[in-house]
Design a protein around this ligand. Structure first.
Ligand code: SF4
Length: 334
C-alpha cells in the first residue's frame, strides 16, 4: 500500500473517531473521501456502518407508500413520470378514497412496515382534496396501529396544523439535489420554496423526511452539497433515491450510478448525517441489484418497501429477510 493510501486510511479513522465523539466531518474531508481509490471503499463503508451502529443501533425504518393521487402535475421535475409537461408518462388518477387508503394502510401493517406514507402528485392539493385527505388520515390513524407519514407537496401553516393534528408525525419533502443544480432539473418552482416547507415541518415539531435523488447529472461536489444542506437543516430522515430513468421524461436516457458509487454516496451521507435515518428509496432494486445488503451495512438503516410511486419493488418477504440477515430489528419504528 502506498504512502498516499495510508494517509487516507488514517483520515477515515480520524474522521470516524471525531464523529463518534460528537464532532463533524468537514466539507473538504468529504470531498477527499469521495476520491478514495476503489480498494479503500470498504474501509469507508465499514466506518459508516460503525457510526450507524453507534448512533442508531439496529433500528430499521421500513416505510410503505401509497400513491394516493397520480399524474397531472403542473411542475416539471425532469426525473418524474407524473409531470403533465412530460406527457404524463405515469398512471393518472384522482385522489383515492378513504377506503382505498385504509386498505393500503392495513396491508402495510400486515406485511410488517413500521410507517405508512400517503403521497400525492403535484405542488399542492386543492383545498377540497386536502381536507378530504385529512379526514381519510384521521380514520386511518384511529383504525390502524402504524406511524403516519405524508408527502403532499408544499405546506403552509394552516395545512401543517391540520396535517399534524390528524396524527401525521413525519412529513416528506425532498430537496432532490443541491441548490445550484436544482434549476437544471426543475424550472417551475424554487429550491428555497422546498427548503421553506422543510423548515415549516421542523418548526411544527414534526419529523422532517428530506433527501434527494442521485444520478440526475449532478457532480460529486453537488451531491455532497445536498448532504451538508440536509445536515444544516437538521432533517431527521434522509431518503436516498437512485435515478430510475422513466420513459418519456427528459432523463430517460441518463445512465444511473453504479452500485459502488451508490454505496460510497450512502457512506459519505452517513458521515455527514451521523444520527439521521438514512433510507434507501426508489431505484434500489434496479441500481443496486445484488449489492442491496451491502448498502445496508454501509451506513443506511431504512428502506421503502412494497413498491414506489410509479414503479414496483421486489417482494416484501425478500426485502425483510435481507434486512433481518443484515442484523437489523424490523420491529422498531424510527
Ligand atoms: S416530483 Fe412531484 S412536483 Fe415534481 S413533477 Fe413529480 S409529482 Fe410533480
Amino acid at each position: 500500500m502506498d504512502k498516499n493510501q495510508n494517509v487516507l486510511i488514517e483520515l477515515i479513522k480520524e474522521i470516524e473517531s471525531r464523529i463518534l465523539d460528537g464532532g463533524k466531518i468537514e466539507r473538504e474531508e468529504a470531498a477527499a473521501l469521495w476520491n478514495l481509490p476503489y480498494n479503500l471503499l470498504m474501509k469507508l463503508a465499514a466506518a459508516a456502518d460503525r457510526i450507524r451502529i453507534n448512533f442508531l443501533g439496529n433500528r430499521f425504518d421500513s416505510c410503505s407508500l401509497i400513491n394516493a393521487k397520480s399524474g397531472m402535475c403542473s411542475e416539471d421535475c425532469a426525473f418524474c413520470a407524473q409531470s403533465a409537461k412530460h406527457g404524463d408518462a405515469s398512471e393518472i388518477y384522482d385522489l383515492k378514497s378513504t377506503a382505498e387508503i385504509l386498505s393500503a394502510a392495513r396491508a402495510a401493517k400486515a406485511f410488517g412496515a413500521g410507517r405508512f406514507c400517503t403521497v400525492t402528485s403535484g405542488g399542492a392539493l386543492s383545498e377540497q382534496d386536502f381536507d378530504r385527505l385529512i379526514e381519510s388520515l384521521r380514520i386511518v390513524k384511529s383504525e390502524v396501529d402504524i406511524a403516519l407519514d405524508a408527502s403532499l407537496g408544499f405546506l403552509n401553516e394552516n395545512r401543517a396544523a391540520k396535517l399534524f393534528g390528524a396524527g401525521v408525525t413525519r412529513y416528506n419533502h425532498n430537496l432532490e439535489s443541491s441548490r445550484d443544480y436544482y434549476p437544471s432539473i426543475c424550472s417551475t418552482h424554487s429550491y428555497e420554496s422546498r427548503v421553506g416547507t422543510v423548515k415549516l415541518v421542523k418548526s411544527n415539531g414534526a419529523s422532517a423526511c428530506c433527501g434527494g435523488i442521485i444520478g440526475l447529472g449532478e457532480t460529486p461536489s453537488q451531491r455532497m452539497d445536498l448532504a451538508f444542506t440536509l445536515a444544516d437543516l437538521g432533517v431527521d430522515c434522509v431518503p436516498i433515491n437512485i435515478l430510475n430513468p422513466r420513459p418519456g421524461t427528459p432523463l430517460q436516457d441518463t445512465t444511473p450510478p453504479e452500485p459502488m458509487e451508490i454505496i460510497k454516496t450512502i457512506a459519505v451521507f452517513r458521515l455527514v448525517l451521523p444520527s439521521a435515518t438514512i433510507k434507501i428509496a426508489g431505484g434500489r432494486e434496479r441500481n443496486l441489484g445484488d449489492f442491496q445488503a451491502m448498502a445496508l451495512r454501509s451506513g443506511a438503516n431504512g428502506m421503502i418497501i412494497g413498491g414506489y410511486l410509479t414503479t414496483g419493488g421486489r417482494s416484501v418477504e425478500d426485502d425483510l429477510r435481507m434486512v433481518r440477515q443484515a442484523g437489523f430489528d424490523i420491529s422498531y419504528v424510527c
